[in-house]
Design a protein. Structure first.
Length: 51
């Protein structure tokens, strides 16, 4: 895929991380927690990671 990018183009990223442990019994639980952390990162501002 090719993108036309101008010099002043910026990219930001917010990331939500989760890991499987005793509290999350299923993969769906881990994805739900990661989704919650993603939205926590987004609320905190640009270029954030929440875990």
């Amino acid at each position: 895929m090719r993108l036309a990018v101008r010099e002043d183009t910026r990219c930001t990223i917010s990331v939500g991380l989760a890991r499987m442990d005793g509290e999350q019994a299923t993969l769906a639980d881990v994805f739900e927690r990661a989704d919650q952390m993603l939205y926590r990162a987004k609320r905190a501002g640009r270029d954030r990671v929440a875990a």
